[in-house]
Design a protein around this ligand. Structure first.
Ligand SMILES: O=C(O)[C@H](O)[C@@H](O)[C@H](O)[C@H](O)CO
Ligand SMILES: [Mg+2]
Length: 403
């Protein structure tokens, strides 16, 4: 079997999504998700200029060799653009091999470790009551786990809160970056009340997650982790920017609240120290942004040695293609933790027909060969690219802060 074509499809059914399609001389094709929120066309250019031409003529079954060719061969290793491009190639090649073998991807990886994959939904509200209503809606839908985010009194708009109740949260909300204002003290004084209200209303069994989105210092994160211990969160996510992996040891010394990190990571080197020092409990690096199945399974294998579980970043930041491949990975990986889920728009689901199904707070990946997701190119062409940028964040004194 030989690769005869590789091309990129950009579509915007509500938000920009980038797909790589690799075709072979035997009529089998595979697709991979190359979506990097707010930087989509950077990955498109990387794929079209530096990857697609070098794929032609290769044997798609040499997945590892092709991964090494684009990783070591890049010279300028790592980074979100390079690793998203490699991730899309890798996802498409595993899809091709699953189709050629007549096997769903999870079987190619090593078979089922679980019957279904627990996911968490997104409950947000401009105030605590609004968030509780969204939690109730998610519980009604069968979710066992819900991420809760709410507005902070005294801050005009904050991370993670949908513009209108019940709407999905889309951070890339304007062509050029919009500016948010942030106050750590107002946030730290308020957010514990959110978790207290959730526990009082919904009891102890619901898994409650929260995303701090990189905004605290280690000692502030230690304070928050300690204060919310009575509400036993499933995880506190991205509490501190993680370039300095050693900084997480400070947080770890002060609190037993589980920590999740890694949606912005793109290689094992971004998290090796965090995992080996057991400073985190969940690793979120996802298949698209961290170099595909070939690389993420190395991260998961390292994590397993240190009791760290997976908790992949997911929709709608990533397309149904990554969701499909992730659900196969989640079905196989021994140290699975949880999978992020936010329903894609109906238009997106129409562009990307898929075999995965939601039921009772869990997903199953489907049994069709490959990752079970396709793309309707004619429909995709009806949604042209529209630049959208992630916001920036300033403190009340104007300091440009972490978003
Ligand atoms: O946990 C998450 O799902 C992420 O933090 C998103 O909410 C990000 O804001 C988005 O992925 C940025 O593109
Ligand atoms: Mg996050």
């Amino acid at each position: 079997m030989k690769i005869v074509d590789a091309r990129v499809i950009v579509t915007c059914p509500g938000r920009n999504l980038v797909t790589l399609k690799i075709e072979t001389d035997e009529g089998i094709y595979g697709i991979g998700d190359a979506t990097l929120n707010g930087r989509e066309l950077a990955v498109v250019a990387y794929l079209e200029e530096h990857v697609a031409p070098a794929l032609i003529g290769r044997d798609p079954s040499t997945i590892e060799d092709i991964w090494q060719f684009f990783y070591r061969g890049a010279y300028w290793r790592r980074g979100p653009v390079t690793m998203s491009a490699i991730g899309a190639v890798d996802m498409a090649l595993w899809d091709i091999m699953g189709k050629a073998a007549g096997l769903p991807l999870y079987k190619l990886l090593g078979g089922k470790s679980r019957d279904r994959v627990m996911v968490y939904g997104h409950a947000t509200g401009h105030d605590i009551e609004g968030c509780l209503e969204e939690v109730a809606r998610h519980v009604e839908l069968g979710y066992r786990a819900v991420r809760v985010q709410c507005g902070i009194p005294g801050i005009a708009s904050t991370y993670g809160v949908a513009k209108k109740p019940g709407e999905r949260y889309e951070p890339a909300d304007s062509s050029l970056p919009s500016e948010n204002v942030w106050s750590t003290s107002k946030y730290l004084n308020h957010v514990p009340k959110l978790f207290q209200a959730v526990r009082e209303r919904f009891g102890d069994d619901l898994h409650v997650l929260h995303d701090v989105h990189h905004r605290l210092t280690p000692i502030e994160a230690a304070r928050l982790g300690k204060e919310v211990e009575p509400y036993h969160l499933f995880w506190l996510e991205d509490c501190v920017p993680a370039e300095n992996q050693a900084a997480f040891r400070m947080i770890r010394q002060h609190t037993t609240t589980p920590l999740a990190v890694g949606e912005v990571f793109n290689s094992i080197h971004d998290c090796r120290e965090l995992i080996e020092s057991q400073s985190i409990d969940y690793i979120r690096a996802t298949l698209t942004h961290a170099g595909g199945i070939t690389h993420v399974r190395r991260i998961a294998a390292l994590a397993e040695l240190y009791h760290v579980r997976t908790g992949f970043h997911g929709p709608t930041d990533l397309s149904p293609v990554c969701m499909g491949a992730a659900l196969h990975f989640d079905t196989w990986v021994p140290n699975f933790g949880i999978q992020e889920h936010m329903p894609h728009s109906e238009e997106t689901d129409a562009v990307f027909p898929h075999a995965y199904r939601f039921e009772d707070g869990h997903f199953t990946p489907g049994e069709v060969p490959g990752h079970g997701v396709d793309i309707d190119e004619a429909l995709a062409a009806k949604y042209p690219y529209k630049r959208a940028s992630l916001p920036v964040n300033r403190l009340e004194d104007g300091t440009l802060w972490h978003w």
